[in-house]
Write a protein that binds this ligand. Structure first.
Ligand SMILES: C[S@@+](CC[C@H](N)C(=O)[O-])C[C@H]1O[C@@H](n2cnc3c(N)ncnc32)[C@H](O)[C@@H]1O
Length: 418
């Protein structure tokens, strides 16, 4: 089963209650994520494998699970339970979710009922507490206010919404118009995305990864915000480009398309399994100029000194821009990890920028909207490295675009050293 297929959403999600068996599945997935600390994708794989769920039922389950995770404290408040007793009190949580969404309560064999008057009193009280209503834990609300001030409230509300589903058209094999027609023949409805020409938004329920179009490499699933960041790399055919935190290659493949298969594109990461995944995706996409290299030590970077026209550093980050898609990060140890991540970002920026050649461009990116991981990192880097000059930067706001939140900054190397 392909993990990303878990995320697809349809327009008819909230019209009917979950069946008892789907309700149980939601509770089990939530317990695995919240009590065993497993990633959401892994919990879906574990609980869905072997079941022959119709795509529409799978979509309903993932929709409810996602909504519960995005606004867990809100629904727990309505259910009058705490966020760490999901396995035991799950049926009460699911009852609260159905009541809040004005749906009949699922007919479970054993269920913990909620008293109606009490529920509606709690609902009214929750409406008066904006952070709780948006499903925002206290640490995140404090951080958001410190980092974004007055802009935080709209981002917080936007991060509580379900993510839309986007795909990136692969120009190495097709174009938007042809792909949209071919997908329509396979039952997948799409529409264009203003401002992001490489993207199509998927607007019907569909198991995208079972389509022939996917098997033939005509598209990849990728958020429109992420596509926007990849476009900012501005790679051209014949260039030497390094994607130094490539992961499984979401942005690498978009860059390969910019290069029209000409030139050298080196995808690097510290995790071999991600690069193996990337190779497979590159083959499907017909991206033949992608080479992968594991970063074994600082020597790997040193050997590439002054070698690249473009270096993309899509660094490890808090993921606080992509909470719509990965809402479990709200309920993990993200605040404890943040200082460690900020230090790692600083080190990567300082060390990996050595690979940019004179007149080449360094692109620093995160999937966070917090200045601490973004502009503040860039300013500190520029202050310590006067042989780089600032070109521009951009924060992709979740509230303003409806996409996932990202940040990117572009800097030019003007001399070999300071
Ligand atoms: C934000 S993710 C990259 C996502 C990817 N660029 C994409 O578009 O799909 C950050 C990546 O950095 C990798 N990473 C972590 N520490 C690293 C390091 N010291 N050097 C290079 N990559 C690192 C992680 O394994 C992860 O794949």
């Amino acid at each position: 089963m392909i993990a990303s297929d878990f995320y697809y959403l349809g327009s008819t999600m909230l019209n009917a209650s979950l069946s008892p068996s789907s309700t149980e599945l939601v509770i089990n997935v939530l317990a695995m994520v919240l009590e065993e600390g497993k990633p959401l994708d892994r919990a879906y794989s574990h609980h869905f494998s072997g079941l022959k769920l119709a795509p529409s039922e799978q979509a309903r389950i993932t929709y409810v699970t996602g909504d519960l995770l995005r606004r867990l404290n809100f629904y727990c408040y309505l259910a009058d339970i705490s966020t760490d007793e999901i396995a035991r009190m799950g049926s009460r949580l699911l009852n609260a979710w159905h009541m809040a969404n004005e749906l009949p309560i699922p007919k479970l064999q054993y269920t913990l009922a909620i008293e109606e008057d009490d529920f509606y009193q709690r609902l009214e009280a929750a409406k008066q507490q904006a952070a709780l209503f948006d499903g925002c834990p206290e640490w995140l609300d404090t951080l958001g206010q410190e980092q974004l001030g007055d802009d935080w409230a709209k981002e917080r509300a936007a991060l509580a919404q379900a993510p839309k589903r986007y795909l990136r058209v692969n120009p190495l094999k097709t174009n938007s118009e042809d792909l949209a027609k071919r997908l329509a023949k396979e039952g997948v409805e799409t529409r264009e995305v203003p401002g992001v020409p490489s993207a199509l938004e998927v607007i019907s329920d569909a198991a995208l990864f079972r389509t022939e179009c996917f098997k033939q490499g005509l598209f990849e699933q990728q958020d429109a915000g992420s596509q926007h960041v990849a476009a900012a790399v501005g790679a051209e055919p014949g260039m030497r480009v390094i994607d130094a935190c490539a992961g499984a290659g979401g942005k690498t493949l978009a860059i390969a398309a910019q290069m029209q298969g000409k030139g050298r594109l080196l995808a690097m990461d510290v995790e071999q399994w991600k690069l193996d995944n990337l190779k497979q995706r590159a083959r499907r996409a017909g991206a033949h100029n992608v080479e992968t290299r594991i970063i074994a030590s600082s020597k790997t970077i040193k050997r590439l000194k002054l070698s690249a026209d473009r270096v993309l550093l899509d660094v490890p980050c808090s993921g606080l821009g992509v909470l719509k898609r990965n809402p479990d990060a709200k309920w993990r140890d993200t605040p404890d990890r943040l200082p460690v991540l900020v230090e790692l970002q600083r080190e990567i920026l300082q060390s990996y920028s050595r690979m940019v050649k004179v007149d080449g461009i360094l692109i620093y990116a995160t999937c966070s909207i917090m200045p601490q991981e973004n502009r503040q990192q860039v300013d500190a880097f520029l202050a310590a490295n006067p042989h780089f000059s600032f070109i521009d930067d951009e924060t992709v706001s979740v509230a303003d675009t409806g996409f996932d939140g990202f940040y990117l900054a572009r800097m030019k190397r003007t001399a070999e050293s300071a």
